[in-house]
Design a protein around this ligand. Sequence first.
Ligand code: ADP
Ligand code: MG
Length: 337
Amino acid sequence: MWFSFFKKISGDVAIDLGTANTLLYVTNKGIMINEPSIVSQSLITKKVIAVGKEAKAMLGRTNPNIRTIRPLKDGVIADFEMTDGMLRGFIKKIGISRFSRPKMVICVPSGITEVEKRAVRDSAERSNARQVFLIEEPVAAAIGMGIDISKPVGNMIIDIGGGTTEVAVIALNGVVAKESIRIAGDELDSKILNFFRKKYNLLIGERTAEDIKKSIGSAIKDEGTIITVKGRNLVYGIPKTVEVSSNEIAECLEETIKSIVNGVKKTLEKTPPELSSDIIDRGIVLTGGGALLKGLDKLIRKETGLPVNVAEDPLRTVIKGTGKVLENIKLYTDILV
Ligand code: ADP
Ligand code: MG
């Protein structure tokens, strides 16, 4: 319709293509998409039928003719076609005109290979990008937190997402030491799911597991909140309810959290001494959705003896940083990869 034609916008786009959430920022407009990285496809027409929130609502509820998946796993593109479809879906959602060929800055995990980088670029180009720039996730996170990374001072960032945990020490516009661990929020969810299966013969969905993590999950034990969880009895196949304490959940998360803490320690060991002393003074900043897990900052503080802070808006630091780079691309040419 002519009317919707005029509603279309133009602008360059910054993208945080996360394993759990995708955020899109448009120049002069701000964050326009903040949705789960999920896509649904019709197996009959092969067309993408929903992306983001709408696709998430379909998870576990579709018929055999619809496939709903998370196309990014462990911080990389696991399904190229579906990633393409998802990116295009989001770009369509913000109403970028098909005639405008935006410049795109996309944030990628620091551990990805050249082949994986190529895949991200190709996907963006197929989404009509005129020019594609990539930026490493911890660098974008640091910029998003307002840290001046051009100084000869070390900053340690831990970004805990859905599929990957990125630990990095940044100084003079670059990553000096890093560790990219393919263990993060998703693994915590599956630990919770397995815990209910093994201990209570209870089958719960992935969404329920994630909800439990967000509501009572913790990296340390506390006074022990009790909650009721609904699922399906694995033995009798009928619905079943159980009561669990937050401390049981904390216990089942312990091992995964330990792997994350070990990654932090490894990065500290690789850090040059001058920068280590900066980190002793300035501490570590936690970001990404996983930073919201209760008690995680406290635990890392205890395990490393360093000051630990949680970023102000951990689910958005990366897109804020990527957006800032997009708006001032000439200032940041050194850090684009
Ligand atoms: P990604 O960059 O991989 O897309 P995000 O930074 O968006 O990941 O973080 C998503 C992860 O954060 C998910 O695993 C989600 O369950 C987790 N998360 C979000 N909120 C909380 C919370 N309050 N407590 C614990 N984990 C959380
Ligand atoms: Mg992320």
